[in-house]
Design a protein. Sequence first.
Length: 106
Amino acid sequence: MKIAFVAPASSIHTARWVNSLSENNIDITLFSLRCHRDIDGAISDKVKITYLAGKNSLAYFTSSNELRKHLDNEDFDLVNTHYASGYGTLARLAKARPMLLNVWGS
C-alpha cells in the first residue's frame, strides 16, 4: 500500500504515525509545509518527505497546486490528511482523492 500523508513534519504525532506505518511495510510519502520541517530528525529514513513551498498560514492555500502535481505524478492508494483547518484545507483545495481526514489539535 502506498499512502500520501499530509501533515506537519515537525509534530511528534506525525512522526509516530508515519514511522509506525513505514515499519509495517507501508510506502509513506509525507507532504509537509517547509515551515513545519522535521528539525529534530524524528522521522524515519524509511519515510520519503516532500516539503511544499510556503512560510506562513497562507501556504495552506497557495501550496495546493504544488501538492496536486505531486499527487498526480504518483499512484497513491490513499491520502491521509491531519488537522482539519490547515492541512485539511490544503488537501481539499488540491482535490486529494481518496482522502481520509484525521481531526486533532488544540
